[in-house]
Design a protein around this ligand. Structure first.
Ligand SMILES: [Zn+2]
Length: 369
C-alpha cells in the first residue's frame, strides 16, 4: 500500500521522538477536490507577481490556560510571522498585523479539539477580512490525532490553526498559510504524479516545478535533509522529491523553499479568492524582530524619520508603502544612518521593506502623525 494512502487512512502520522520531546505530527488540512479541480483547470498559472505588494492583514488569537500560562509568547509568534514574510515576499505578499492580538485565557480552549472547538472558536473569536491565526497549546483532529496545524483551501473562512509545539518551527505556519492560499501538499491529493513530469498538471500537486513526491516523512529524509527513500513510480522510476519544499511532509527544519510556480499559485489565489483581505483599521504599532536590523525613530513620527542600520546592512534599498499597499517612497541607504524628510507625507500608517544586496529583508511599520 502506498504510504500516502496509509497516511490518509490514519488521518495523520504521529511519531514521538525522544529528542527535545518534539512530536512529529502533521498537517490536518483536508483535501478538497473542488479546489484541486480548479487548480487543474488553471494551467498554465498566470504569473501576476511583480505588481504591487499585497498587504494581507492578520489577527493573532492566542489561547492560554485559565491562569494565563502558555508555552508560546506573542513575541515568538511575531518572530515566526517575520520568517513567514521572508518566504512570502517572493509571492508579492506581506502579512501585516491589522487588529490587536486577542488573548483568550481559558482551559477549555487551551488544548484545542476539532470536534469540540472548531465551530465554536470560529463563531466566537473570528474577525472578518483578516487572516485569523489561532495558536493553541495542542491541536487534536476530528479523528483524535495530534496535529501541528490545519487550514482550509479556498473558498473558505480565513484562518490557520496552530499547535504551540509547531508554531515556531520555521515552516509549519508558512505551510498552513500555503494551504490557505491554494497550495496542495507536494505529494498531492490522491493521484499519482510521475517522476518524468508528464502528468504534472493533472496529478500530484498540479504544480509542474515541484518534483513528484511519494509522501515524505522523517523516516525517509535524513537529518541532513537528504531523501533516502527507494520508492518508484508507476513507470518504475525512482522518486527524487524535494525535501526542502515547505508543502511537503519532510522534516520541519528542512522545509525552507517554495517554487516559482507555487508563488504564482499563492499570488493568483489571493487575487482570485481572497482579495477581500484588506486592513481597514491598522492599530498595532509594535515592531517585530526581523531578518535585518533596522531602527526607525521616532515612531510614530512627524517631519523627520531617522534610520539606523546595523553595519552589514548598509547598501540596502528601503521601500515605503501606504496603508493600501501603494509604493510611496523609495530610497537607497548607503550609510549606517539616514534621515528622511517626511514633512510632506500624508498622515497614516506606512509599511516599510528593507532589502539588502543579499536579498535579505526586514519589514515593519512606521506611523506618521
Ligand atoms: Zn499540509
Amino acid at each position: 500500500m502506498r504510504l500516502r494512502l496509509l497516511n490518509l487512512l490514519l488521518g495523520v502520522c504521529v511519531v514521538f521522538s525522544t529528542a527535545k520531546a518534539q512530536t512529529q505530527n502533521e498537517c490536518g488540512t483536508a483535501d478538497k477536490q473542488s479546489w484541486f479541480n480548479k487548480l487543474k483547470s488553471k494551467h498554465p498559472i498566470a504569473d501576476q507577481r511583480g505588481g504591487q505588494l499585497i498587504i494581507v492583514p492578520y489577527q493573532i488569537h492566542l489561547f492560554k490556560a485559565s491562569n494565563g500560562s502558555s508555552n508560546l509568547t506573542l513575541s515568538e509568534i511575531y518572530t515566526e510571522i517575520d520568517s513567514v514574510n521572508h518566504f512570502y515576499a517572493n509571492a508579492g505578499i506581506v502579512f501585516v498585523e491589522c487588529i490587536a492580538p486577542q488573548i483568550i485565557n481559558d482551559d477549555y480552549y487551551y488544548d484545542f479539539d476539532y470536534n469540540l472547538h472548531h465551530t465554536d472558536v470560529l463563531n466566537q473569536f473570528y474577525s472578518n477580512n483578516v487572516v485569523n491565526m489561532y495558536f493553541a497549546n495542542t491541536v487534536t483532529s476530528s479523528g483524535g490525532s495530534s496535529l501541528c496545524g490545519y487550514s482550509q483551501y479556498p473558498p473558505s473562512e480565513d484562518y490557520v490553526m496552530m499547535a504551540a509545539n509547531c508554531a515556531t518551527n520555521g515552516s509549519t505556519l508558512a505551510h498552513e498559510l500555503g494551504h490557505l492560499f491554494g497550495l496542495p501538499h507536494t505529494h498531492g491529493g490522491s493521484a499519482d504524479e510521475l517522476v518524468d513530469g508528464s502528468n504534472c498538471a493533472t496529478e500530484g500537486d498540479y504544480i509542474c516545478d515541484t518534483p513528484a513526491d511519494p509522501t515524505l516523512s522523517n523516516s525517509i529524509v535524513n537529518s541532513n535533509c537528504i531523501y533516502t527513500g527507494t520508492a518508484t513510480d508507476a513507470n518504475g522510476m525512482p522518486y527524487a522529491p524535494d525535501p526542502n519544499n515547505i508543502m511537503s511532509y519532510s522534516r520541519k527544519n528542512c522545509r525552507d523553499y517554495f517554487s516559482p510556480m507555487q508563488y504564482d499559485v499563492i499570488n493568483t489565489t489571493y487575487n482570485d479568492f481572497r482579495n477581500y483581505l484588506v486592513c481597514s483599521f491598522p492599530t498595532a504599532t509594535n515592531e517585530k524582530n526581523n531578518k535585518l536590523d533596522l531602527i526607525l525613530f521616532p515612531n510614530p513620527g512627524k517631519d523627520n524619520l531617522h534610520l539606523t542600520l546595523s553595519n552589514n546592512q548598509k547598501n540596502a534599498t528601503l521601500l515605503f508603502y501606504n496603508s493600501i499597499g501603494n509604493l510611496t517612497y523609495e530610497t537607497f541607504c548607503d550609510d549606517k544612518f539616514k534621515t528622511i524628510n517626511t514633512a510632506n507625507w500624508v498622515n497614516g500608517i506606512y509599511f516599510y521593506k528593507l532589502i539588502n544586496v543579499n536579498g535579505e529583508e526586514s519589514n515593519g511599520k512606521w506611523i506618521k502623525n
